[in-house]
Design a protein around this ligand. Structure first.
Ligand code: XMP
Length: 520
């Protein structure tokens, strides 16, 4: 259990694909909430968590299924407001004495329109300014009889109980998903719900910063913390926050494996040393990494070599400073939410994320993870709060193995130098055209082929490269970025003119899936 200072809202996860969006909507309202899978929510859990309100998420199961996901009955005796969504509504009705039926004929998927009943409900304040509201439905089963004490406040053609509520007990249940984009006014329902529950909306980044600092101090005491600073947003924000908490008890290690972008190391090291005065070891281990990668062209072998060396190097520097008791990591909330699965396999899968895999066990260190409760955009907000420059906070993700996975085939220093130059021109073009912030990630890959060209009066025989740029929400899926032909033409010309060693430029228009973002 984490934050105890704020009023807390508990989201019980029944396995919906969009449960995280409920948390997003609530965080936008400055309300502290946590998502926990239903299996974990026991009587004892509730007693400890002490939620000020509870939300039941949607989910793919049927209340009729054997072992159907259910909350503990005691949740209804807490005396706090409860909001059930989709499957959460069915659970509520099922447990409280209503009826749920299998969906035949009335299943609804997609856009629907809800119209109001004459009676008023505070949950719906601001709704029905027009005579109907667009909502997003996604359900098979449906409620056919509401539980005693409930009344209907909104209906859709296929959902006579689209919006229901028991105002005496403060229980509300809707058949649709207010958290998704396709329910355009859905956020208002959450706003009304948390207002009715009495939340103060005091979960702000300023408050978070103060509390996180106090927690880090309490955890670390006078121990030593070590942090692998990659220059990525997460590790940078974590490092600055921890430094603010414990000063020189923190040592950061920036491992330069020789696979960084042009000027990257100087920029990262310069910024953290000069602006933040962070104790920072600049570990130039490029000879070691590039030496061991010589002659290796298999992508997985490259990754394994880099991952293994990274740990060795990190361990070496940790020993050099006399060991450390704690390892700091920029783990985020989506990495720690336990996802609910109903399909045969183990019922709970825990996604864990180790940026420096295996090291804490090997060195007997505990983890300090001050961003564990935050989503990516909240980490960016915290970074702004800590004064990190906006250009730094908005940087594209960069993979741990660096340029190694953007250099298919054998890696040589000569190829890496060409790649760095071409990449720098490409990113410069993107920035000049004001496109950087519209793109999730953009980079150049140098291809393991040479092609024939003609420049001036001479024949050239140089490398071909591929430009990659994608849009994405989380890196799990991606679309290629639709650059204009003018942009592509201008960029190709600049790269060929400015980067000796490249005489052909291609643009990668593969989406993910079926491609991946990186080339290896
Ligand atoms: P792919 O290529 O799998 O990448 O579509 C998805 C996202 O993850 C990044 N990526 C990595 N990040 N270590 C990292 O820290 C890695 O080994 C790694 N491999 C891929 C990739 O840049 C993209 O943002």
């Amino acid at each position: 259990m984490t934050d105890q200072t704020h009023d807390r809202l508990l989201i019980i996860d029944f396995g919906s694909q969009v449960t995280q969006l409920i948390a997003r909507r609530l965080r936008e309202l400055n309300v502290y909430c946590e998502i926990h899978p239903f299996q974990q929510v026991t009587d004892a859990f509730l007693a400890e968590f002490q939620p000020k309100a509870v939300i039941f998420s949607g989910g793919p199961a049927s209340v009729f299924a054997e072992g159907a996901p259910m909350p503990p009955k005691s949740v209804f005796d807490l005396g706090v407001p409860i909001l059930g969504i989709c499957y959460g509504q069915q659970v509520m009705m099922h447990v409280l004495g209503g009826k749920v039926e299998r969906g035949h004929g009335t299943a609804e998927f997609g856009r629907a329109y809800v119209t109001p009943e004459a009676r008023k409900l505070a949950l719906l304040d601001g709704w029905f300014a027009a005579d109907r509201e667009q909502v997003w439905m996604s359900h098979g089963d449906h409620v056919s009889e509401i539980a005693p004490g409930f009344e209907v406040y909104g209906t859709s053609p296929n959902a006579p109980f689209a919006i229901t509520g028991d105002t005496a007990r403060n229980f509300y249940a809707v058949q649709f998903h207010p958290e998704v984009h396709h329910t355009p006014n859905g956020a208002m329902l959450y706003e009304n719900f948390v207002r009715m529950a009495g939340f103060k909306g005091d979960w702000t980044m300023g408050a978070y910063r103060e509390e996180a600092i106090a927690k880090i101090r309490a955890q670390v005491g006078d121990g030593k913390v070590i942090c692998a600073l990659s220059g990525g947003v997460d590790s940078s924000v974590a490092a600055v926050l921890i430094h603010e908490a414990i000063g020189d008890q923190l040592t950061c290690v920036y491992v330069d494996h020789g696979l960084m972008r042009k000027d990257e190391s100087e920029q990262v090291v310069g910024m953290f040393r000069e602006h933040y005065n962070l104790p920072l070891i600049h570990a130039d281990e490029s000879d070691l990494f590039l030496g061991r990668l010589e002659g290796v062209s298999d992508p997985e072998t490259k990754r394994k070599i880099i991952g293994g060396l990274f740990i060795d190097v990190f361990e070496k520097y940790a020993k050099e400073i006399g060991g450390a008791d704690f390892l700091a990591q920029g783990t985020l909330y989506p990495d720690v939410i336990e996802s609910v699965s109903f399909s045969g396999g183990p019922s709970v899968t825990i996604k864990s994320h180790h940026n420096v895999g295996g090291l804490p066990e090997r060195m007997n260190m505990q983890l300090v993870e001050p961003l564990r409760e935050l989503f990516k955009d909240e980490v960016r907000a915290l970074g702004r709060e800590l004064g990190l420059p906006p250009s730094f906070i908005g940087r594209h993700p960069f993979p741990g193995p660096g340029l190694a996975i953007r250099c298919p085939g054998e890696i040589t220093r000569a190829k890496l130098d060409i790649l760095r130059e071409a990449d720098a021109v490409y990113i410069d073009q993107i920035r000049k055209h004001g496109l950087y912030d519209d793109i999730w990630q953009a980079f150049v890959a140098i291809l393991p082929v040479k092609t024939v060209g003609v420049m001036g009066d001479g024949r050239t025989y140089d490398y071909a490269c591929a430009l990659r740029a994608v849009t994405s929400v989380d890196g799990m899926t991606a679309d290629y970025y639709p650059f204009s032909h003018e942009f592509l033409g201008e960029t190709a010309t600049r790269i060929i003119n400015e980067v000796p060693g490249i005489n052909r430029v291609t643009y990668d228009i593969t989406s993910k899936p079926p491609g991946t973002i990186e080339w290896e």
